[in-house]
Design a protein around this ligand. Structure first.
Ligand SMILES: Cc1cc2nc3c(=O)[nH]c(=O)nc-3n(C[C@H](O)[C@H](O)[C@H](O)COP(=O)(O)OP(=O)(O)OC[C@H]3O[C@@H](n4cnc5c(N)ncnc54)[C@H](O)[C@@H]3O)c2cc1C
Length: 494
């Protein structure tokens, strides 16, 4: 049965993850009379990448992730990307703090906790790199609280579980930034949707799968929606559509008639964690410890040992181990990858395949890993890890973006990519990194494209500087430290 719905919306968000939640809430806070609808195909929000167990819960602010501080050929360390990521995460913290001060969120401890962030590395070259990185970061006000050590006794204090059975002969070093965070993005996403429902009368419609988005005669978009419980089809009108469907975004973008979609493809990468079952061991670690990806391995393959807080319980998780699955969503179809291959993106896909053979090799090796191989990988971190204390858990599905490249035909991107029509009426988010941590900055970028008139009002400017003081601000040491302290107090990150 097909029906035409007469109600039209200012904004329809496809997908009930953290991105749509953030965009919808920002929009309603800045202009409460906007009519916003969120459509989700599953039976609840935050079930895919935004779910707590599907991601690593790191508040990415470049305190420990070495892929944000590459080493230049001359040996110096470039921290530009780290500054950028750190700024973006602080913007997220500022927005969440604002929600707490307005009493929209009562218990920030339900989604964010302080967990120190460490980088840990073995071997002489790596140790030299980490020391250079420390010296460079120490000079910048965003990172001047960084500590560095080569001393095993100090590391025993920082992460004792990883130091069992080691001796001073092993060449290793570590850095630490105390103010790191662990975030339950699933709990946060649910809180954001609860605010939308209770404060702004904007409820997510679940079991609604968006099948297509077509241009309409009156400059609106028609969103074709299938009710997965009744199989009925509805057509909704919207002035703006945001495709925040996570791994499902690419397949939907390919159906939208805008030229900007051309050449995009996707490469799905699945993930698995080792999760600790032994509470005694879980309690011995209070840290996020990131190491370095192997040479030629993709940045998302960096192994890390993370303290997590999920549903009020302390957890310990190691990984992720990457793998291959043709699905674009955890709850997706085995035909997803096949369906995404089009005549227009064949050239990009071939270019990526041809120029990334080491990635294919890496994924094949990861796929072939047995439980015992994974435990061996864990034992590079925790020497005395026992098989019976750990189990495998499937993580979220990522779709790495493939885009056209003049020289190589196609290029594999590891970051997020905002694709939009020229008039900004359709926006679509592809890719998954740094992800949920930077949702606020990314969604402000969506608003700039979709609703510049909303952002440009004097009321919105005042409200934005209260909600997100770093937005459009010239950030200096004073402002940074003042806001860092403020978020720390409000979010109770002691
Ligand atoms: C293994 C892993 C580790 C990660 N670690 C971190 C981390 O430590 N820190 C961090 O900040 N980020 C991390 N990320 C990234 C982060 O999880 C994502 O960037 C973020 O959750 C994406 O949110 P989203 O709203 O775009 O997508 P999702 O949360 O995936 O939500 C998309 C929603 O759209 C729905 N949907 C799909 N298609 C349709 C359709 N046609 N119609 C209706 N609904 C649809 C889906 O069911 C889903 O609910 C990680 C991701 C993975 C996979």
């Amino acid at each position: 049965m097909t029906k035409k719905n007469n109600q039209d919306y200012d904004l329809i968000c496809v997908g009930g993850g953290i991105m749509s939640a953030t965009l919808a809430l920002l929009s309603k806070l800045l202009k409460p009379d906007l009519k916003v609808l969120i459509l989700e195909r599953l039976d609840d929000v935050a079930q895919e990448s935004s779910a707590a167990w599907n991601n690593a819960g790191t508040g990415h602010s470049a305190l420990c992730e070495l892929n944000y501080t590459p080493q230049n050929k001359d040996g110096s360390v470039d921290i530009h990307k780290a500054i950028d990521i750190c700024t973006q995460f602080e913007m997220s913290k500022q927005f969440w703090s604002y929600l707490v001060t307005k009493d929209f969120i009562r218990k920030p401890e339900n989604f964010i906790s302080k967990v120190p962030h460490h980088s840990w590395i073995m071997g002489e070259d790596n140790v030299n790199y980490l020391e250079k990185r420390y010296q460079t970061m120490k000079q910048h006000y965003m990172f001047n609280s960084i500590q560095f050590t080569k001393d095993i006794e100090q590391m025993k204090q920082w992460f004792p579980l990883m130091m069992h059975g080691r001796n001073a002969e092993e060449i290793m070093a570590a850095s630490r930034i105390e103010r790191g965070t662990e975030v339950n993005y699933g709990a946060l996403t649910k809180q954001l949707y609860r605010i939308l429902e209770t404060e702004f009368n904007t409820k997510v419609q679940c079991h609604k799968e968006v099948m297509d988005v077509d241009p309409d005669t009156d400059l609106d978009w028609t969103v074709k929606v299938k009710d997965l419980k009744t199989d009925s089809i509805d057509h909704l009108e919207a002035k703006h559509v945001f495709i925040g469907a996570g791994g499902g975004s690419l397949l939907l973008l390919q159906k939208v008639e805008i030229e900007e979609k051309e050449g995009y493809g996707g490469f799905p990468i699945s993930g698995e964690w080792l999760v600790c079952k032994n509470q005694d061991i879980i309690n011995q670690h209070n840290a996020k410890v990131y190491s370095k990806a192997g040479i030629g391995d993709p940045p998302m393959s960096v192994p890390h040992l993370d303290t997590r807080f999920i549903n009020g319980k302390r957890e310990l998780l190691f990984g992720p181990f990457a793998g291959f699955s043709p699905k674009f969503l955890k709850e997706g179809s085995n035909l997803d990858l096949f369906k995404s291959i089009k005549f227009e993106n064949l050239h990009s896909l071939w270019g990526v395949f041809w120029h990334n053979l080491p990635l294919t090799e890496y994924l094949v090796k990861q796929l072939a890993m047995s439980f015992e191989d994974r435990m061996d990988a864990l034992r590079t971190f925790v020497k005395d890890a026992k098989d019976e204390d750990w189990e495998i858990l499937v993580a979220g599905q990522r779709v790495q973006t493939i885009k056209k490249d003049e020289f190589e035909g196609g290029k594999l991107e590891f970051g997020t990519e905002l694709v939009s029509s020229k008039d900004g009426k359709i926006t679509c988010l592809l890719g998954a990194s740094p992800g949920a941590s930077t949702a606020v900055k990314i969604m402000l970028d969506v608003m700039k494209k979709a609703f510049p008139e909303v952002l440009d009002t004097s009321e919105a400017k005042v409200l934005l500087s209260e909600m997100i003081p770093f937005y459009n601000a010239a950030i200096d040491e004073n402002l940074f430290n003042k806001q860092l302290e403020k978020s720390k107090t409000i979010l109770q990150l002691y």
